[in-house]
Design a protein around this ligand. Structure first.
Ligand code: SF4
Length: 320
């Protein structure tokens, strides 16, 4: 577990200072060449700059995996946590500090396997944060083991003759959870759509869950390459309340369907399309879902002092 505190804490900025991209870039990303992580990082840094997010008011929380190195590459606060534990850390941060911009960076193993319980409850708690699921359908950091989203038949070090269980669809699973408020899907190699999706997620008032189909050229080239090369392999879900793309951006897609993101039944149906053509866009958005961060400590009727007293009282019981 590493808590990251960059050097901005010791710097006083001039009044009306405008943040540039360099204010969000930390160490050079150590992902492999061609890894989809690079484009996602670039898009997130661009969002931070466009929104002029104060680095000292922004925190990136991750678990374990290739994607979870992300907080090291941002010049903001960060927490590189334990495998599968990004959600509870992020929820704790948001609950205690609702003034912070909270981002969760997680991978398919991190979120959908060991972190699955936390994923379910974080969606239900619906605290305002952006969740970016980097889904490369494999355990990349540990050199190719089957992940919960690996397509059936994937050959890996754990299943040399091919995986035997059908994969979890993170989109379908999230759409089935109570109090879900935002589910979108994009791919890392469509930069304009990726950025528009991350922006829409940032603007959402609750927990915005974004599955990003991510290229892993080292272990899963055969898995994503047909989708990258075939323009019919992606279906754009379009709607005036969906992900905003200009005319030029729209022209890049051959298959386009209309989808109203207020329709959760249709959203679940469209999530099934994944078998033939990966649907990207906003599946579902509900602005009215309850948000647990709106019931901060004060709204629950417990002051910080009362909490500290309660903890001290509890700990005193164990004093001999
Ligand atoms: Fe990216 Fe795959 Fe390399 Fe990990 S192993 S950094 S996911 S290309």
């Amino acid at each position: 577990m590493i808590a990251l505190k960059p050097d901005f804490c010791d710097i006083t900025l001039p009044e009306n200072y405008e943040y540039g991209m360099e204010d969000y870039s930390s160490a050079k990303a150590k992902w492999c060449s061609g890894c989809g992580g690079h484009t996602i990082l670039n898009s997130v840094q661009k969002l931070c700059q466009e929104e002029q997010l104060a680095p000292e008011k922004t925190v990136f929380v991750s678990g374990i995996g290739c994607s979870s190195r992300f907080p090291h590459y941002m010049k903001t606060y960060g927490f590189h946590g334990l495998h599968g534990r990004a959600f509870p850390v992020a929820c704790g941060v948001k609950f205690r500090r609702p003034d912070l911009n909270v981002f969760v960076i997680t991978g398919d193993g991190d979120c959908c396997s060991i972190g699955a319980g936390h994923w379910v409850h974080a969606i239900r708690y619906n605290m305002k944060m952006v969740v970016l699921l980097f889904d490369n359908s494999i355990y990349g950091l540990t050199k190719k083991q089957t992940s919960p989203t690996s397509p059936l038949g994937t050959r890996s070090n754990t299943h040399p003759t091919g995986s035997v269980l059908p994969p979890i669809s993170p989109v379908q699973a999230t759409l089935g959870l109570p109090n879900v408020s935002f589910v979108a899907q994009t791919v890392d190699w469509k930069a304009a759509h990726l950025h528009a999706t991350i922006r829409k997620a940032y603007e959402h008032p609750g927990l915005a869950f974004v599955r990003i189909v991510q290229r892993c050229p080292v272990w899963m080239r055969d898995d994503y390459e047909p989708t990258v090369k075939d323009p019919e392999a992606i279906t754009l879900m379009h709607h005036e309340n969906g992900i905003a793309l200009d005319e030029k951006g729209m022209k890049k897609f051959r298959k386009v369907i209309e989808h109203d993101p207020s329709d959760i039944v249709k959203a679940r149906e469209n999530a099934e399309l994944i078998k033939d053509s990966t649907p990207i866009g906003l599946f579902y958005q509900n602005h009215a879902a309850s948000r647990y961060d709106q019931y901060g400590a004060h709204n629950l009727g417990i002051s910080t002092e009362d909490r500290i007293d309660a903890i001290n009282e509890l700990m005193d019981r164990y004093v001999i």
